[in-house]
Design a protein around this ligand. Structure first.
Ligand SMILES: *[C@@H]1O[C@H](CO)[C@@H](O)[C@H](O)[C@H]1NC(C)=O
Ligand SMILES: *[C@@H]1O[C@H](CO)[C@@H](O)[C@H](O)[C@H]1NC(C)=O
Ligand SMILES: [Zn+2]
Length: 395
């Protein structure tokens, strides 16, 4: 079928070229559509042939935090394939060249090339383009892998947004009064994707619901926010060697919190700020769930790092209990993580990613296979989970 399309495109192109020789005006649009047809057919025919991805990234000077994140994203299959098959070139609405996306794709091409002898890729050009696009990041002394992930995904999204930022009329804010929670949430989600829609949103974005309960008049209200990762607090523990579980971090994240008058939003009914309780639930589950463990706490003059072990499931992490009451089990499997070793000022980032052969540790240019029981540590900082059953994700 594709063959036939290709042939007919070729024939059309040849006819046009021949007709030019006969001094008949060549129709530019015929030529254009023929060429585009050829390109699209050629694109569809190109099957991705990939290496095993076990290729390192050179450290070009304090870039371990960038390298670790790039490895985690490189093992995010939907994003990797989208880049490698160049779908983004047809998707974007912007007329600007997607420079960062192009450079990111080149790094991925290096990491997944089939050349057996390839050990490492130099990501320097990509990092330079990134820093040009986000100059304020260069000055960011802490060099936090989580911040980098956010900046990178945000920037890539901007380049490949399917919506034109200036040409979409904003959907009016829905009037909440008579809507059910799920309808309210869906309306807010639609408002968001009317402006922001890309593979990054498809994969990483979810929706959080915060429910507020006024202690004076008992008024309930909800607000909905889009998230690209969940930042979880690590609960205090009496025994810092045995540590805590990821489930306990999620409990602490979602559990009801009392807000003082000063920190409460205004109650619509009382028409003033009142003491409020607030609780968080996941209204819409992302395909890729990135969990950020808040190991770093800013104190007045310094930053403290927590080295409490947080144990996490490799398979079947169930987020159902943190979702809408009727959502059932929502299962996630781990496929990558980013570790931080050392202290705040003398730290080092590495990634651990899964492929068909098992798990590998990516320590800049050094890649070593490790066993699954080596994954748990007191250094896990970012966890990358993929949704297993799609049924529970809300529309
Ligand atoms: C490219 O990859 C994306 C993500 O996996 C996929 O949805 C899309 O169908 C692919 N396109 C082509 C032309 O192979
Ligand atoms: C990463 O490599 C460095 C030396 O290249 C080594 O000192 C360090 O222990 C390694 N880290 C991990 C987590 O393997
Ligand atoms: Zn009130």
């Amino acid at each position: 079928m594709l063959r036939a399309q290709m042939d007919s495109s070729c024939q059309a192109l040849c006819r046009s070229l021949v007709s030019q020789n006969e001094n008949i005006d060549i129709s530019q649009s015929v030529l254009y559509t023929s060429l585009m047809g050829l390109l699209l057919v050629a694109d569809k025919e190109r099957e991705l042939t990939l290496g095993n991805g076990q290729v390192g990234l050179y450290n070009t000077g304090n870039t371990c935090f960038l390298n670790a994140i790039v490895q985690c994203l490189s093992h995010t299959q939907g994003l990797r394939d989208y880049c490698l098959n160049k779908t983004y070139l047809q998707n974007t609405c912007s007329s600007r060249v997607p420079e960062l996306m192009n450079e990111f794709t080149k790094v991925l091409e290096g990491l997944w090339c089939t050349d057996e002898g390839k050990r490492s890729v130099n990501p320097d050009r990509f990092y330079r383009v990134f820093k040009e696009a986000l100059p304020y990041f260069s000055g960011y002394s802490q060099q936090d892998a989580h911040e980098f992930l956010r900046f990178l995904l945000d920037r890539l999204h901007t380049e490949i947004n399917r919506r034109h930022p200036h040409h979409t009329a904003a959907t009016p804010e829905p009037s909440y009064t008579r809507l059910r929670i799920s309808e309210e949430a869906a309306a807010m989600w639609k408002r968001y994707v009317d402006k922001d829609d890309s593979i990054i949103v498809d994969l990483f974005s979810g929706q959080l619901r915060s429910s507020l309960h006024c202690s004076v008049c008992s008024h309930f209200s909800n607000t909905f926010d889009v998230f690209c990762d969940l930042s979880l607090p690590i609960p205090k523990t009496s025994d810092s060697r045995t540590g805590v579980t990821l489930g306990e971090c999620l409990d602490l994240f979602s559990h009801e919190e009392k807000l003082s008058k000063e920190n409460s939003p205004m109650c619509e009914t009382c028409n003033r700020c009142t003491e409020t309780t607030k609780s968080l639930t996941i209204q819409r589950f992302p395909k890729i769930l990135v969990i950020h463990l808040k190991r770093f706490t800013a104190l007045r003059y310094s930053i403290r790092k927590s080295t409490v072990p947080v144990s996490f499931p490799l398979t079947d992490l169930d987020l159902g209990p943190f979702g809408p009451s009727d959502c059932g089990a929502v299962l996630y499997d781990l496929y990558a993580l980013c570790d931080h070793t050392g202290t705040v000022s003398m730290g080092h980032y590495t990634a651990v990613c899964q492929d068909q052969d098992g798990w590998c540790c990516y320590n800049d240019s050094c890649v070593t296979q490790i066993s699954a029981d080596q994954l748990q540590s007191n250094q896990a900082y970012l966890l990358f989970y993929r949704l297993k059953n799609n049924t529970a994700s809300r529309k």
